[in-house]
Design a protein around this ligand. Sequence first.
Ligand code: GTP
Ligand code: MG
Length: 149
Amino acid sequence: TQKTLAMIKPDGMSGNYTNRIKNVILESGFRIVKETIVQLDEDTAASFYAEHSTKSFFSNLIKYITSGPVLVMVLEKENAVADWRDLIGPTDAHKAKVTRPHSIRAMCGLDSEKNCIHGSDSTQSAQREISFFFKEVSTGAAVTEHDEL
Ligand code: GTP
Ligand code: MG
């Protein structure tokens, strides 16, 4: 099996989409193996999204992703990385509503920024992002772990 990182973004949290998203996750055959709710500060957010630091939308992205708590989850199933990207749909939630009406971003996203959910884009990104949030040796951040929901 494979693991990937999912994150319900602040708009997904404030819009109360958590339970609906978790239902889709479980119905689609993923196991939620770790989860934690965190409030990202600007430095942590900038580090998480470092690949976008030169993009024109970067400062807006950092404002958005730090605007409230996020729910970070490690998902596990066969082919988890590609299957999770497929399930969340395209980056632009506008487009998702047209081309992928059953995707998660079609359900809870708004536009190309406020798209309510994150998914690692490769197995390499998944490894980096999982260890970004879930260090084996905790350095102070609260981490909740469990095997079943
Ligand atoms: P993530 O799963 O969050 O990484 O989304 P993605 O892989 O589908 O898109 P990408 O990594 O290219 O962009 C990261 C995030 O930046 C997106 O999910 C959006 O929230 C935001 N973003 C991407 N493109 C734009 C844009 O053109 N304008 C604005 N304002 N935000 C953008
Ligand atoms: Mg991305």
